[in-house]
Each structure stands twice: as structure tokens, then as C-alpha cells.
Design a protein around this ligand. Structure first.
Ligand SMILES: C[S@@+](CC[C@H](N)C(=O)[O-])C[C@H]1O[C@@H](n2cnc3c(N)ncnc32)[C@H](O)[C@@H]1O
Length: 687
């Protein structure tokens, strides 16, 4: 962009303090700056302070470059996304409105900037949702969201996604959009539709991925490796549109990335040195998207798509049954874990009854309010000691639905691997129950039904755990759960969830009519543990639900799966691994655990002042579930914790069984050792 003839209108729609526009001005030949300054440089800012700072910075640079002071009339105090509406409200002062109208009338050739990015409010009680934008949100919904095959599209509500949509619509039949943003859209599951539309809306796309995603790579630190010192990855995108037929484009896509472990200083100097950044990117890597609009294919195995799908949206919707499981569901999404989960049933009862009292009080207050124009978000009680709102809960309030406490809604659940907690299972107090009311409608169904709890998504390595009760959604892109049976909500009418399609497929492939649906269920469970399967298809599993091959032999897998399932469901019945118990002579006998601490070499676990457990075998750590081993899940979960916002304490120590936790540690080590042994004994994946 530097140095070339510069007859084009430039807009930074999120100018902040103006750094980008200042760099652009420095590129403009002195002789032409005055002319441009007056009419072809524009920027917007929604916040007053950065607006003033940017004005001053830009006017000061103009003065430095020309020796002449001139007010910069290209800056507008305006919400850029509101401009999509076309019609304009009065904006503060007439002069500002005029500037906006002048900008609106311009054909913008270059949009450059660093849009804001955040996925939205952390807590509904805070009442600081991302603003809704009628036109831009609709454009995102009808293009990026509609074009996505993802289940969870929440990431598309991020402000930078709106910025791409807005800018793509704002530039004319030709132009350039250059944004520095979160790099999530380059590879994220929910962004397949966005990648599809970007490729249709532009003729060339250049991505320089500056990495630094600490969540994806815990070895990185935001302050050291991220160019902005933040937790999410950053990328620079140049989108080029040439004159041509709208929607008929098929962009050439070029992608380049810096070293994964580069420090931010190395990235800065790389950018400084890159004379022609587009050429640098072009030289690196031309991308041929696959039919799923995936851009980064590294590690993706094409034969994965030939395998049997564990689940599919079509099978789930009853459109055919070409999947192993007819139905599946995300884990239970509470959105108020501290209120509806607790190790203590009594504590849970107390918390839930307080919550219900607060909620019902608000239902009453809203439906008897005098000010009928009141805004619900600002009307409701926001006291985190009494309630935790979610969009669904506000929906029930609007419907005048009261919540009710009932003893039989208190169920035991798996909150995390090998972590049983009591759960208040209720349609109103749980944000999303998914299909759980038909998986475990009653405690009795926990005797016969089993569910494969699968960690999905890119954030953690995939894992599967067999459970016999309701399981949680899990953080970081969640989980999907596959039951053996489904029931009516009264617990009757049990149905197989393994499809006849799968049964016929397995029997035909192995020419073995003895194969039953339970055997297939166990076969699947074993195969999901197969180290070669996990390693070879890791990239595919980060993107899609598992698809499973026919291994050369069926029964060894089915039997191994059955053993693993029994071990994992009945982990509390396993013998304890023989650890040495080192009792401190200086502390009284005490089975209470506040916070368990592993020694540096992980061979010892300090249980409390009285007891240290020694002789933890290294192999136990080889049984990993996502980003932790089974034992480390217990160590992480079985600690006394108090939630800062609500003040709610969750104490895993059991008055009725004081040695439960110390026993559990030994049992989970046994489970880990046996799991590793069974998994290492699994046969080859291919003949
Ligand atoms: C990431 S910062 C940009 C920083 C900028 N590049 C700089 O050099 O300082 C994004 C800026 O966009 C502004 N902003 C956020 N949403 C906006 C909107 N809808 N319209 C206009 N400006 C917006 C924010 O106030 C913030 O100053």
C-alpha cells in the first residue's frame, strides 16, 4: 500500500487513538497530503476519549508533516455498525452529523483497522451484553451463521466478526479491507460459513497469522508471546476485491504464520523487516479450502470421512439413520454451576431454595410492575449472592414461569471426570438440559443406561469417558454425549440408541450375526481410546465428531471396551492402589482435605498436614482426559472452594464418609493403571 498513487478513500472505522491512520498518513507523499487530509481520510470512534486523542494525534501529525495546523474533518464520533442502517440520527452536534453524512456518501476503497473483539458478557447479571445491531447482526446471521455447519455458533457474536461483515458490505465493487483481529476465524469450527463467504466476497485473501493463542497452547504466555499481550491469537488479514460479479468470486487464499513459540519482540521485528507483507504471505502458502471451507488442513486425514459417523445432524433429526448413534446431546449446560452443583446435597438444597425464592420474587415483581416500559435487563435484581441470570432464565421470567423445588430434582451427576457432584436437574434452573431428560429421566435409568461423554472441539485433546448419570457440558467448546438407550421423560419406553444401520453394517462387515448393539457400544468406546486413532486423526477430531473405522478384529475391541466401561463407571468400587501413607507425628489424625498438592516429581501427594500419600506410579499419569490425567482431575476438583461472586462454598469432604477422598485417590490410580494396560493391549487399527 505504501508509496503508490493514492487516489482512494480510506476509512478506519474503529480508530481508537489513531495509530493506523497515522501510519497511513506517513505513507502519503507530502505534496498530496493536504488534499487527502481534507477529504479522503476518514475514521470513526464510538468513545469520546479515544475520539479526542485520535483527533489530536492526527492533527498533530499533519502539523508535523506540513508545518500547517488544520482541524481534521474526517473523524466522526459514531457507532460504525449503526451506519449500516443507512438512515442517520442526529449525532451530538450538527457538524458531526454532517461529517458522517459526508462519509456515508463516499465510496470507500480501503477499510483499515483493528476492530474490538470480545465474544460478549461474562455474566448476565452484569447487564453489559454486546450491543445488538439490527442490520449487521442480520447480515451475519444470513451469511456467516447460515453458512456454518457448526452446532455452537456463539463465537460469531464477536464484534470483530461484525466488523468483517460490515466492511465487506461497505466497500464498493472494488477495494481492500485490512484488519488486525482475533485469528479465530481462520480455523475456528464456527467460522466455516464466514470463511465460505469471505472467499465469495473477495478475489484474494492474505492472512498473516501472528499466533499467540494461550488457550490453545498453554506453553505460551500472553505477555511474552502475544503481540497485544492478550490470551487469544491475533492475525492480519488483507481482503482484496477486484471489479467483477458479486457473489461469483472465488478468492485465492494465501496464508502465512510466524513461529508458534516466537516472542512478541521477534514478531514485531519480523513485521518491521517485511517490506512487502503481501508478497511475504504469497510466497508462503496457497490454501485450497476443502468442501467444508476448512483453510488450515495440516494433519487432516482425508480417509477420516470414509469412516462410520458416530452421530450426524441428519440421523439426530430423524432424516435417515446413517450413523452409529441415532441421538446425542451436549453435556448439561447450567450457566450457574455454583448454584446447581454441589458436593453436599444439603448445601445444594439451601442454595437452590434461595435462588428459587429470589427468581420467583423477580417473576412476581416484573409481572406486577407499574412501569410497563421498563427494560428487563436493568429492572431485575443483579445481586450475585441471590441469583445468576442467563438469557433462558429471563425468557422464563417473561413467560411468567415460576420455579419449584422438589427433592427428586436433586440428582447425582458427573461434573468433571471422576468427580461426582449433586445436581439440581430442573428445566428453569439449568440453562440447557439438552437431551438429558430422555437419557436419564429417573435415577432408576442410571442402573441400565450408559453414556459416552465425549470432549469435543479444538481446545483440549479429545477424550471419552463412560458415565452412568447426567454429565456436564465441560468448558472450552464443550462435550457431546452418546447414550446406549433413550427413554420417555417418565422413564418408560426404553429404546436402543444404536441404529439398525450400524448393527447391519457391523454384522455385514465382520460377517458375524452374534454382534449386538451393546457390543458395538463397547467397540466404539475402546476405539475412542486407541492411541494411534487419537494421534492420526487428532486434527480431524479437533473439527468433527469422531468417525470410526472397522478394525481388523471386532471382538477384542468389544471386550476391551466392556472392561474399560465397567472400570470407568464403577471407579468407586475399585481396589485402592497400594500407596504408602506417611502420617505426620506432629498433626492429629485428620481425613479433611482442603487442597491436595502434588510434589514436584509427582510421586507424592500432600493430602493435608497429617497425611502424605507416596509411591504414585508414573504410569498413572498416562491416562489423560483432555488437558489433565485422571488423578489430576481429582486433585483439581476435590478442594474446598468459595465462589467470589456468590460467596457459595463447595466442600468435597463428606461427613458421612470422611475417608472418601483418600480412598478415591487410590481407586483412581488403580483405574488409571488398568486403563493404560487395556489401552496398550488394543489391537491394530488396520489389517
Ligand atoms: C482495538 S481498538 C483500536 C485501537 C486502534 N487501532 C489504535 O490505534 O488505538 C478498537 C476501538 O474501536 C472503538 N469501537 C468499538 N466499537 C466501535 C463501533 N461500533 N464503532 C466505532 N468505534 C468502535 C473502541 O472504542 C476502540 O477505541
Amino acid at each position: 500500500m505504501g508509496g503508490s498513487e493514492f487516489g482512494m478513500v480510506v476509512l478506519d472505522p474503529f480508530v481508537g487513538t489513531g495509530n493506523f491512520l497515522l501510519r497511513v498518513m506517513q505513507e502519503i507523499p507530502r505534496s498530496r497530503l493536504a488534499q487527502k487530509y481534507g477529504g479522503e481520510l476518514h475514521c470513526n470512534e464510538v468513545m469520546l476519549l479515544p475520539y479526542y486523542i485520535a483527533s489530536m494525534n492526527i492533527e498533530h501529525l499533519f502539523y508535523e508533516l506540513t508545518g500547517e495546523y488544520k482541524p481534521f474533518e474526517g473523524i466522526c464520533l459514531v457507532d460504525t455498525f449503526e451506519l449500516a442502517k443507512g438512515r442517520q440520527m442526529r449525532l451530538l452536534v450538527a457538524e458531526n452529523t454532517e461529517r458522517v453524512l459526508r462519509q456515508q456518501a463516499q465510496d470507500i476503497f480501503i477499510i483499515i483497522g483493528n476492530p474490538p473483539y470480545n465474544v460478549g458478557q461474562v455474566n448476565e447479571n452484569d447487564n453489559n451484553k454486546n450491543r445488538r445491531y439490527e442490520v449487521v447482526d442480520k447480515r451475519v446471521a444470513e451469511s456467516y451463521a447460515k453458512g456454518s455447519a457448526a452446532t455452537n455458533k456463539n463465537a460469531l457474536s464477536d464484534a470483530y466478526v461484525k466488523a468483517f461483515r460490515w466492511a465487506s458490505d461497505r466497500i464498493g465493487e472494488e477495494g481492500v479491507v485490512a484488519f488486525v483481529t482475533n485469528n479465530g476465524f481462520v480455523d475456528g469450527l464456527a467460522f466455516d460459513g464466514m470463511r465460505k463467504h469471505l472467499a465469495q466476497d473477495f478475489d484474494a485473501i492474505y492472512i498473516l497469522d501472528l499466533g499467540g493463542n494461550v488457550r490453545k497452547n498453554p506453553r505460551l504466555s500472553g505477555t511474552t508471546h502475544n503481540v497485544f499481550g492478550i490470551q487469544v491469537g491475533v492475525s492480519i488479514a488483507f481482503l482484496v476485491r477486484r471489479k467483477g460479479e458479486a457473489g461469483k468470486r472465488n478468492a485465492e487464499i494465501f496464508y502465512s504464520t510466524v513461529g508458534e513459540e516466537w516472542r512478541k519482540e521477534e514478531k514485531y521485528s519480523f513485521l518491521e523487516r517485511a517490506q512487502d507483507i503481501l508478497q511475504t504471505i504469497e510466497e508462503r502458502h496457497r490454501i485450497e479450502p476443502n468442501p467444508k471451507h476448512t483453510w488450515l488442513m495440516e494433519g487432516l486425514q482425508s480417509n477420516f470421512d470414509e469412516f462410520l459417523p458416530m452421530g450426524s445432524k441428519d440421523a439426530k433429526a430423524g432424516r435417515g439413520d446413517e450413523a452409529i448413534f441415532a441421538n446425542y446431546s451436549p453435556g448439561l449446560q447450567a450457566n450457574r454451576d455454583v448454584w446447581v452443583y454441589n458436593f453436599s446435597a444439603n448445601m445444594l438444597r439451601e442454595n437452590v431454595q434461595l435462588f428459587i425464592e429470589s427468581y420467583n420474587g423477580e417473576v412476581n415483581r416484573w409481572h406486577t410492575r407499574s412501569d410497563r416500559q421498563a427494560d428487563l435487563d436493568s429492572f431485575v435484581l443483579a445481586d450475585a449472592n441471590k441469583i445468576k441470570w442467563s438469557s433462558n432464565l429471563k425468557g422464563y421470567l417473561r413467560q411468567h414461569r415460576f420455579a419449584t423445588f422438589a427433592e427428586d430434582k436433586i440428582r447425582t451427576s458427573l461434573y468433571r471426570p471422576f468427580t461426582r457432584q449433586h445436581l439440581f436437574f430442573d428445566e428453569i434452573l439449568n440453562h440447557r438440559q439438552g437431551q438429558w431428560p430422555s437419557f436419564f429421566p429417573t435415577p432408576e435409568t442410571e442402573q441400565s443406561n450408559r453414556v459416552i461423554w465425549l470432549k469435543v472441539g479444538a481446545a483440549w485433546p479429545m477424550f471419552a469417558l463412560m458415565v452412568d448419570r447426567i454429565a456436564d457440558l465441560l468448558p472450552e467448546s464443550g462435550s457431546q454425549c452418546f447414550p446406549l438407550y433413550t427413554y420417555d421423560e417418565d422413564g418408560g419406553n426404553r429404546r436402543d440408541n444404536i441404529t439398525d444401520w450400524a448393527l447391519q453394517g457391523f454384522r455385514a462387515h465382520y460377517s458375524d450375526e452374534r454382534i449386538g448393539k451393546l457390543d458395538i457400544f463397547h467397540y466404539v468406546y475402546a476405539l475412542l481410546h486407541h492411541p494411534a486413532y487419537r494421534e492420526r486423526y487428532a486434527a480431524n477430531l479437533r473439527r468433527d465428531l469422531p468417525r470410526l473405522p472397522f478394525a481388523p478384529e471386532f471382538w477384542p475391541f468389544a471386550r476391551a471396551g466392556e472392561r474399560l466401561a465397567h472400570l470407568h463407571v464403577h471407579y468407586e468400587a475399585q481396589p485402592e492402589y497400594p500407596l504408602q501413607w506417611i502420617e505426620s507425628p506432629n498433626a492429629p489424625l485428620d481425613w479433611r482435605a482442603e487442597k491436595l498438592r502434588l510434589s514436584k516429581d509427582k510421586t507424592q501427594l500432600r493430602y493435608n498436614d497429617f497425611l502424605t500419600l507416596s509411591g504414585i506410579p508414573e504410569t498413572a499419569y498416562a491416562y489423560r482426559l483432555g488437558n489433565r490425567s485422571a488423578l489430576e482431575w481429582v486433585i483439581d476438583q476435590y478442594q474446598v472452594s468459595t465462589d467470589k461472586r456468590s460467596g457459595i462454598t463447595n466442600d468435597p469432604n463428606r461427613a458421612d464418609d470422611p475417608q472418601y477422598i483418600v480412598r478415591l485417590i487410590g481407586q483412581v490410580i488403580t483405574v488409571s493403571m488398568e486403563t493404560v494396560e487395556i489401552v496398550q493391549g488394543l489391537g491394530p487399527l488396520e489389517g
